[in-house]
Design a protein around this ligand. Structure first.
Ligand code: ZN
Ligand code: ZN
Ligand code: ZN
Ligand code: ZN
Length: 298
């Protein structure tokens, strides 16, 4: 799949230089705006894949449903993950996004400041974690900082589904003989060959397993891990600024309106440090410098 490139900082700087002089060069505005738009669309597409468990075919864009993902829906917060609201800032959240935000920018669990990455992760309050210990905590903690306001939020309870409302579970197959298998007594048990394994170990092995995906439309086959790697620079737990820009850009009719929408997005990126390199083609330090410069000129 061909993903849209990130926008060059030089173009953005030029835009602001002109705007400061009261010049709204619409060719340049359209150029930068549509590049941002294309990038935002890709970011939103990738975010949808992690939310829905469906991957667009790299050749024809048909959405292919993953077989493995639903099995993780309870633990890792997959397709059936629950929306909840942060009690502090009322943003709509998914637990998996809370986790992902900390993988992007590790924060202290106590004071919620961003951690310094040295040989260990270090907080100004004195707490330190090894990277492994930190990752482990992100996976297992029931209270994590909100990705938007950084106040602590509690992991939502997964409601027990009973009777008629119960969603059909994906059918399990024995990894040995492919016959129907059951999830019972904390194990996966094959109904045919007697294969039996701890459910937890089984899930872990699946997670590592690379899934082969075949497009039902054009028959193209590819691997999930390869696809996942190809979108690494587009993956974020916070696709909201991208989604907002997509909506608003299409409603712009004048050069001034276009400048406002580009500026709104850049201001949001300025406030969310680690998000900016997804959109702008430069190192984190240079991008921060540029966004600082632009902010001081507003
Ligand atoms: Zn296809
Ligand atoms: Zn701290
Ligand atoms: Zn919040
Ligand atoms: Zn079997």
């Amino acid at each position: 799949m061909d993903w849209a490139p990130r926008v060059k900082p030089i173009k953005i700087r030029r835009l602001y230089r002109y705007a400061r002089l009261g010049i709204y060069d619409d060719t340049l505005l359209q150029d930068v705006g549509w590049e941002l738009y294309a990038r935002c669309t890709d970011i939103a597409t990738v975010a949808d894949v992690y939310r829905e468990g469906r991957v667009p075919c790299p050749k024809c864009s048909t959405k292919i449903t993953r077989r493995i993902d639903p099995l993780f829906s309870k633990g890792e917060g997959g397709t059936h993950d629950l929306w909840f609201r942060c009690p502090h800032c009322t943003e709509r959240l998914l637990w998996r996004d809370c986790r992902q935000a900390l993988r992007n920018t590790p924060r202290c669990f106590t004071c919620h400041a961003a951690l310094l990455k040295t040989d260990v992760l270090r907080c100004t309050c004195g707490k330190t974690w090894s990277q492994d210990a930190y990752n482990q905590s992100v996976r297992t903690r029931v209270r994590l900082p909100c990705p938007h306001c950084f106040n602590p939020v509690r992991r939502p309870e997964v409601p027990v589904q009973r009777g008629k409302n119960r969603q059909p579970k994906p059918e399990l197959h024995c990894p040995k003989c492919q016959a129907v298998a059951l999830h019972q007594y904390g194990n996966i048990e094959c109904t045919a060959c007697g294969y039996k394994r701890r459910w937890r170990d089984y899930r872990k092995s699946l997670k590592k397993k690379d899934e082969k995906l075949e497009c039902p439309n054009c028959r193209y086959t590819f691997r999930w891990q390869t696809w996942r790697k190809s979108v690494r620079s587009l993956r974020t737990g916070n696709p909201k600024p991208a989604r907002e820009f997509i909506k608003r850009w299409l409603r712009c009719h004048t050069p001034q309106q276009r400048m406002i929408q580009i500026d709104t997005l850049l201001q949001t990126l300025h406030g969310r440090g680690p998000l900016a390199p997804l959109f702008i083609d430069s190192g984190e330090h240079n991008i921060r410098q540029m966004l600082d410069d632009l902010a001081s000129q507003r």
